[in-house]
Design a protein around this ligand. Structure first.
Ligand code: AMP
Ligand code: GLY
Length: 425
């Protein structure tokens, strides 16, 4: 099989790593990829949002399966454009990608399918939204309806914060059209976990579960980020709970999507809050998480490519997935300044030494090669993955890898996985 992965982050590097182990594979491309994927696949200089160029390349290269990493090309219609020329894609079309592309759409699906989620209301009118905030009070959550690069959610601790968020989104249009409509919802509290399901339009199989660490600082402090580290399996969300969540959050959504004529194919990611009243949906994403993929895929025992192909073919009937009895920890190294504006260009040393350590894998994200030297060239730069029989061993491996790397000024959390072990940072 000739395969094209779309994306250039750590998630796409681990996807390439997993797919490259498949006996089905004959040729692997990554667009645009990164210096990490260049070592195991052929990078193609096409941006993730250049749908026409991606389709033309897939046609010219007789690609058997396209595997999109991020949501943006899916929301922009990559799967539709590929289907139009008879090419296979393991990802939803634009209509089904609305589960991530529009928060109001996702909430409406939850309500129609009886999926537990925070109580919500949608607004386009600033005055009505402000009045709602005034009546409900804080804490309350304000969300831009559309895609806002992970920045469109404000968990407001005070009514003033919520009011400012409403004014910024509906009034000042800080997120442009993505914020022309907003969702205001009940604030939930509890442990957050990420559940991943591989879907073929009607059926779903559990792909794995993980816990992200979204805040930039140790002890879950500071601003939100794309994710500073992840662990799998997550604590307090064992396999039985994961299967129950498949029945509560994934299968009813698939049924609702089929019923409205927009069946979902690809990877459905349910972000869940484990509240004292049970699990609640925070959001759907239509893809793997980053850095969750870096801890899920190394634990997968089954051939990933065969499973992705079965999903894309609409037939997961005979697919069962198996996992290694290991724990995985991924620690992100981000550039100085992250999650704000970052300083690029720092030389990265010790990458080969880190990767040569036992039970350590190094995945690239925002890296580049300048004059033969790997340098930092983005926000999240590397993720270092450690594997072991339990959290303590997996953490030790991951941080041995981190410590082998020279990256001046890197932003790194030292407590990934500690809370899962029941220890404070
Ligand atoms: P999102 O960008 O949708 O992933 O949301 C970012 C983060 O906001 C989530 O990971 C949660 O930590 C938080 N969040 C979103 N919705 C709620 C909610 N209803 N209650 C509490 N926290 C929330
Ligand atoms: N790490 C969270 C996400 O990929 O959305």
């Amino acid at each position: 099989m000739r395969v094209l992965i779309v994306g250039g982050g750590g998630r796409e590097h681990v996807l390439a790593w997993a797919i490259s182990q498949s006996p089905l594979l004959t040729k692997l491309f990554v667009a645009p990829g990164n210096p990490g994927t260049a070592a195991i696949a052929e990078n193609v200089a096409i941006g993730t949002l250049d749908v026409p160029a991606l389709v033309a390349f897939a046609r010219a290269e007789a690609i058997d399966l396209v595997v999109p990493g991020p949501e943006a090309p899916l929301v922009a219609g990559l799967a539709d454009a590929l289907a139009h020329v008879g090419l296979r894609c393991c990802g939803p079309n634009a209509a089904a990608a609305s589960l991530e592309g529009s928060k109001a759409f996702a909430k409406a699906i939850c309500d129609s399918a009886g999926i537990p989620t925070a109580r919500w209301e949608r607004f386009e009118d600033e005055a009505l939204a402000l009045d709602f905030v005034k009546r409900r009070g804080a804490p309350i959550v304000v969300k831009a309806d559309g895609l806002a690069a992970g920045k469109g959610v404000v968990v407001a601790r005070t009514a003033e914060e919520a009011t400012a968020a409403v004014r910024a989104m509906l009034g000042a249009r800080t997120f442009g059209e993505a914020g022309a409509s907003i969702v205001i919802e009940e604030c939930l509290s509890g442990e957050e976990v990420s559940l991943f399901a591989l879907c073929d339009g009607t059926r779903a199989v559990l792909l794995g579960a993980a816990q992200d660490h979204k805040r930039v600082g140790d002890g879950d402090t500071g601003p939100n980020t794309g994710g500073m580290g992840a662990v799998s399996p997550p604590a307090r969300f064992e396999e039985a709970a994961q299967h129950a969540a498949m029945d509560a959050f994934i299968r009813p959504a698939l049924a609702a999507m089929s019923a409205r004529g927009t069946p979902f194919t690809g990877i459905l990611f349910a972000g869940l809050m484990l509240t004292s009243d049970g699990a609640r949906l925070i959001e759907y994403n239509v893809r793997l998480g980053d850095p969750e993929a870096q801890v899920i895929l190394p634990r997968l025992q089954t051939d990933l490519l065969a499973a992705l192909l079965a999903a894309a073919n609409g037939d997961l009937r005979d697919t069962t997935l198996g996992w290694r009895e290991t724990t995985c920890v991924a620690v992100v190294l981000a550039a100085p300044g992250y999650p704000g504006p970052v300083t690029a260009g720092a030389a990265l040393t010790g990458l080969l030494e880190a990767a040569a350590l036992p039970h350590v894998a190094v995945f690239h994200a925002g890296t580049d090669i300048r004059e033969g030297q790997v340098v930092a060239a983005g926000g999240r730069v590397l993720s270092i993955c450690g594997t072991g029989p339990d959290m303590a061993h997996a953490r030790a491996a991951a941080y041995a890898g981190v410590d082998a790397i020279g990256f001046p000024g890197a932003v790194v959390r030292r407590d990934i996985g500690l809370r899962a072990m029941g220890e404070a940072a």
